[in-house]
Design a protein around this ligand. Structure first.
Ligand SMILES: Nc1nc2c(c(=O)[nH]1)N[C@H]1C(S)=C(S)[C@@H](COP(=O)(O)O)O[C@H]1N2
Ligand SMILES: [Mo]
Length: 402
């Protein structure tokens, strides 16, 4: 019996052959970079109002936008716009005519506003990037838990609706108010805290934070928060509450879970700590930082040697505009300025393009970096925090000239 077991075990080991060796596995994991592989992640077109998306999770839905979509234009189409919810119990059908948003707390007059009420107020429109705090988390090293997003947990849309300030003025904010807290129609499982986020009162009243019922001139897709969502230009989308149903003015700081425990970043520069660090000061995540991406070439693509080639992509400044986008073909030793596309507003994507000079046959690393209007430039300095937040390291892709 014992002899049989031993022979059996040896056979199993032998059947694995060389491919079962640890170095091969390590190489495979290295090549894949992201769980599931960069080029081989599961795609889905099973979600209503959505085209083909990278499937991160089904329940609650987490859908990522394939990078090539960003090559099509400065605005991300609604049916390709990424999706992220925390809880599986999301609204599946909403009668827009019956939807109400309750405004309460430290106000003179509580309100229950219908979409018709909101549509009768002065309109406001803004182009703004909606980017998950954990966009690009899949590239963190060492790895951190959470959705292993590539770079596609972001999108740019023209948001249409009303200013939050106008809504707050209508309710009459009482003196002493310090924050405004927002909630939506999704429901936590028993015992879990409802997903609520808040903004400081002055931010909430800055005239740019808005309630959007239009996205790229259409109604919001269900999965992106139909019929109404908060838009916080320049800030990570954790604050952009979807299926918005409650606005509560607070007379004391918001101490609930989603502000006090979750979505916090190290107070250190670049929101970075040494991997494994504990007990460092934190603050709620807030404004975004500059980023740039190539959209017409993917990692591993070939270009024709000794022939000028087109490179283009998108950039955004974070909470301010784009001043410059630059490209390097030599690991950052020299940089060349790209041509910027039209400015559609400082919170949106800005397209850029340039013609690369012909290069000798060989392998190149094509890097692109954005400098925002405040003069903040992307670097390759490490970013690491346990949440996998705020990655904006310089993006580079390998190209082969042949
Ligand atoms: N009601 C509600 N709003 C929410 C969330 C949520 O779980 N529930 N998630 C937030 C987070 S973390 C992100 S990244 C964005 C995603 O917006 P999108 O699905 O429209 O792309 O929604 C935000 N708004
Ligand atoms: Mo997010």
């Amino acid at each position: 019996m014992e002899a049989f077991d031993r022979r059996h075990a040896l056979r199993l080991l032998a059947a694995g052959g060389a491919a079962a060796g640890t170095p091969a596995l390590a190489q495979a994991l290295f090549d894949l970079k992201l769980p599931g592989g960069n080029g081989a992640r599961a795609m889905t077109s099973a979600f209503p109002e959505k085209g083909t998306m990278i499937l991160q999770r089904t329940r609650a839905p987490l859908l990522e936008t394939p990078m090539a979509v960003f090559d099509d234009g400065v605005f991300t189409p609604n049916d390709r716009f990424f999706v992220r919810w925390h809880y599986a119990d999301i609204p599946l059908a909403i009668d827009g005519a019956r939807h109400r948003v309750a405004v309460g707390g430290a106000v003179r007059q509580r309100l229950s506003l219908s979409l018709a009420n909101l549509m009768a107020m002065p309109r406001f429109e803004i182009a703004a990037v909606n980017q998950c705090s954990g966009n690009s988390r899949g590239y963190f090293s060492p790895r951190v838990p959470g959705a292993q997003w590539g770079h596609g947990a972001m999108g740019n849309a023209r948001w249409g609706g009303v200013r939050l300030r106008d809504v707050l003025d209508r309710a009459g904010v009482l003196p002493g108010a310090v924050a405004v807290r927002f909630g939506g129609l999704d429901r936590p499982p028993p015992g879990a805290p409802p997903f609520l986020k808040s903004l400081a009162i002055d931010h909430a009243r800055d005239g740019e934070v808005m309630l959007a019922f239009a996205m790229n001139d259409e109604r919001l897709p269900m999965l992106n928060g139909y019929p109404l969502r908060l838009v916080v230009p320049g800030w990570y989308s954790t604050y952009w509450i979807k299926a918005l149903s409650s606005i509560e003015v607070l007379a004391s700081p918001d101490s609930q879970y989603w502000m006090e425990k979750a979505y916090r970043i190290p107070t250190a520069p670049r929101a970075s700590v040494v991997p494994g660090a504990k007990d460092f000061p934190t603050e709620p995540i807030h404004a975004m930082n500059p980023r740039a991406f190539v959209t017409n070439l993917a990692d591993g693509d070939a270009i024709v040697a000794r022939t000028p080639f087109a490179v283009r992509g998108i950039a955004f400044g974070g909470a301010t505009g784009v001043r410059a986008v630059e490209l390097s073909m030599n690991g950052g030793r020299s940089w060349h300025r790209a041509q910027l596309g039209p400015d559609m507003g400082r919170y949106g994507f800005r397209r850029w393009e340039m013609t690369g000079a012909g290069v000798a046959p060989g392998s190149y690393r094509l890097a692109v970096r954005c400098t925002n209007s405040d003069g903040v430039v992307q670097t390759n300095a490490p970013i690491w925090n346990p949440g996998g937040y705020m990655d904006n390291r310089i993006e580079s892709i390998a190209v082969r000239a042949a």
